[in-house]
Design a protein around this ligand. Structure first.
Ligand code: ZN
Length: 243
């Protein structure tokens, strides 16, 4: 079985279509959306429609819930808040209800999917340190946990199996599954690791390997749509540099 994991689309339909086309070419058998379908980008309703049509496992992201009125906007910076309020006006009542009913996490056969962390998933902490990773590892009932949220593709290994070095791990090559792992698939619609290409990953249960994929798409087109929509300009130019 080849499972695809993708998220942090953030209303970027151009990036989503490119990623989904690549996923199809990779002969995956199931798709899992890691949340944050909307917020920042110019085509939120189109992205929600596309994800809903996939009927795939989907967990809620912090932007999804805040835009649907299920979480406060207080933690958002000004650009994110402005984009969230703009996005809210463009969703149907049906889409809002659909978002509100998304689960925070889903346990599957051999892995769990959650937007940020299994430690307090409702408050969306960032796993950006070893201690934050340890908190998530402690709550893992399955060997693998697929996440998004930081928009940076990375793998954390638990203390027992941390044999490949965490820092400097080459994600351009398939990574063998070993012990417990937290795998951040990166972001489809707003990567922040200096590479503007859409990011997602595949877990192959036969070869027991995780493969990260980077998919080029028309970044300028997506950035132009953000400008045309009157959204904060920073949201357009950050796409061009992948930050
Ligand atoms: Zn996000």
């Amino acid at each position: 079985m080849r499972h695809a994991f993708f998220g942090d689309i953030h209303g970027n339909l151009d990036a989503l279509e490119a990623a989904l086309a690549d996923i199809t070419n990779q002969h995956t058998s199931s798709l899992h959306c890691l949340g944050d379908i909307i917020g920042y980008g110019a085509q939120p309703a189109e992205c929600i429609s596309r994800i809903r049509d996939l009927h795939c496992i989907t967990v809620a992201g912090n932007h999804d819930l805040a835009i649907a009125g299920e979480a406060p906007l207080d933690d958002f910076n000004e650009a994110a808040k402005e984009a969230a309020l703009w996005t809210r006006q463009r969703l149907s009542h049906d889409d809002i209800i659909w978002i509100r009913n998304l689960p925070l996490m889903v346990h599957c056969d051999g892995f769990t999917v959650v937007h940020a962390s299994l430690a307090h998933p409702e408050s969306f902490p960032y796993i950006s340190s070893v201690s934050a990773a340890e908190e998530c590892f402690e709550r893992m009932e399955k060997p693998l946990c697929f996440i998004g949220h930081s928009h940076v593709p990375v793998i954390f290994f638990d203390a027992v199996s941390r044999r490949p070095p965490k820092v400097g791990l080459d994600l351009a090559e398939p990574v063998p599954v070993r012990g417990k792992m937290i795998i951040n698939a990166g972001s489809v619609g707003q990567p922040r690791d200096g590479d503007p290409r859409a990011s997602y990953c595949i877990y192959d249960t036969d070869t027991q390997r995780i493969t990260f994929r980077r998919v080029p798409y028309d970044v300028s087109k997506a950035a132009h749509k953000i400008q045309e929509a009157g959204l904060p300009p920073i949201l357009a130019w950050r796409l061009e540099i992948g930050y």
